[in-house]
Design a protein around this ligand. Structure first.
Ligand SMILES: Nc1ncnc2c1ncn2[C@@H]1O[C@H](COP(=O)(O)OP(=O)(O)OP(=O)(O)O)[C@@H](O)[C@H]1O
Ligand SMILES: [Mg+2]
Length: 390
């Protein structure tokens, strides 16, 4: 019985999983999940691409690492494989929850975990009647959001990623405009999800929690802090930088609780939790000092960015990977890096009671930043988690 690695396209993370499996001496069987036909009928199951049949291959697989990038494909894959008797990391129930930010938050809230105040209005800005008229709901939605959240409102697609479609409204007029722009789509199936604006400072945190069967859940003690003033969204492709930040024990314990809650007692799982610290005015240095240091740190980070885009990764992953490791090492050994890192760590320490968890990523990117900055190769808990289920 073996472990399957399912994906649409082999990107850095999947190449990283393969490389790690090779180092750990674990055999992996590839399962494509894009240009493939999965056919069911009376006494029939056939799984085949145009050139290859995977039905027999699938029979020997007991555990599958689900790396389908699209959330929808991931839910399909997890559910179908479970019906076929496989164990999947992460399970289909986990995928169902993590697919939706609101579903995730409801579960964390039910356990008393700290989340941003969040409102879901199950109504789209426009409805079309059968006779072609348009009914406008945006005024009612705006009233509801202002009534529940106030004037500063963050609207986000319920199933979005990479900060896409996340908008901040600071007054009613912008709020109305932002509601009008919200269209039902695959990343925002029904209605509006909105949040209070968390008064974070210039960073937020990505925290890795995982569990293997038969072992206690673990929170990796170092978070990936995404930092910058470029945008209220701290995503790196919006011009922000990354730092490692030691987590206070209190936050580690909360993160483990989040993992346990969302995993619903499954034996093996991996999450990347997104969290913000509601710092308010509790900042120990001036913004201007932070900005100046960030600017200096950005100079060496530019080298990292260049290598990330380097196409050699497609031809020779190992060579590209060692270039990437060197670039990150250089970036992390600079003085501005050390200064920002210690500012973040101190700030997290003094504001640890004000942490809020706002998302759980069930199939996180990790090979570049999380591995090299936060110091955890997520491929290891994935593979060991899979092994523990064999
Ligand atoms: N309520 C909020 N208050 C303040 N900032 C927020 C809020 N919600 C999101 N942000 C900022 O926007 C960023 C992206 O938010 P979120 O994680 O919800 O979206 P995403 O599309 O899943 O992004 P990613 O894929 O990078 O995780 C957060 O890291 C945070 O910095
Ligand atoms: Mg997120």
């Amino acid at each position: 019985m073996s472990i399957g690695l399912l994906y649409e396209r082999s990107e850095n993370d999947e190449n990283g999983i393969k490389l790690t499996a090779e180092q750990l001496g674990i055999d992996l069987t590839f399962i494509p999940f894009r240009k493939i036909a999965i056919t069911i009928g009376k006494n029939l199951l056939n799984v085949a691409s145009k050139g290859k049949n995977f039905t027999e291959v699938l029979k020997d697989i007991k555990v599958v690492l689900n790396r389908a990038q699209s959330k929808n494909r991931r839910v399909y894959a997890a559910h179908t494989l479970e019906v076929l008797g496989k164990k999947v990391i992460n399970s289909s129930t986990i995928e169902f929850t993590c697919y939706s930010k609101f579903r995730t938050l409801v579960e964390l809230w039910a356990l008393g975990l700290s989340i941003p105040k969040t409102t879901y209005v199950p109504c789209d800005p426009f409805d079309k009647t059968k006779d072609g008229r348009v009914i406008h709901n945006e005024l009612d939605i705006a009233d509801l959001l202002q009534q529940e959240i106030g004037t500063e409102v963050v609207i986000k697609p319920d199933a979005g990623t990479h900060g896409k479609g996340i908008v901040l409204s600071k007054n009613r007029q912008t709020l109305l405009g932002n509601i009008q722009k919200t269209e039902p789509s695959i990343i925002n199936p029904v209605g509006i999800v909105a949040q209070e604006l968390i008064q974070k400072w210039f960073y937020d945190l990505r925290i890795i929690v995982f569990k293997e069967k038969g072992k206690q859940p673990v929170c990796h003690p170092i978070a990936l802090a995404r930092a910058g003033f470029a945008d209220f969204r701290t995503n790196t492709f919006l011009g922000n930088l990354v730092f490692d930040a030691k987590l206070p024990f209190h936050i580690q314990k909360l993160a483990v609780k989040c993992g346990e809650t969302l995993s619903k007692n499954h034996d093996a799982w991996v999450f990347a939790l997104d969290a913000m610290v509601n710092v308010g005015e509790n900042k120990q240095v001036d913004d201007e000092i932070v900005k100046a240091e960030l600017q200096k740190a950005a100079e060496t980070f530019a080298v990292v960015t260049k290598i990330k885009k380097d196409e050699t990764r497609l031809r020779d992953f190992k060579v590209w990977n060692s270039k990437l490791e060197t670039a990150f090492k250089n970036y992390m050994s600079t003085e501005p890096y050390a200064k920002i890192k210690s500012i973040i760590e101190e700030n997290v320490q003094i504001n640890q009671a004000n942490i809020v968890f706002h998302e759980a990523n069930s199939c996180p990117e990790f090979w570049e930043q999380t591995r090299l900055v936060a110091g955890i190769n997520v491929a290891v808990p994935l593979l060991k988690g899979a092994q523990s289920l064999l």
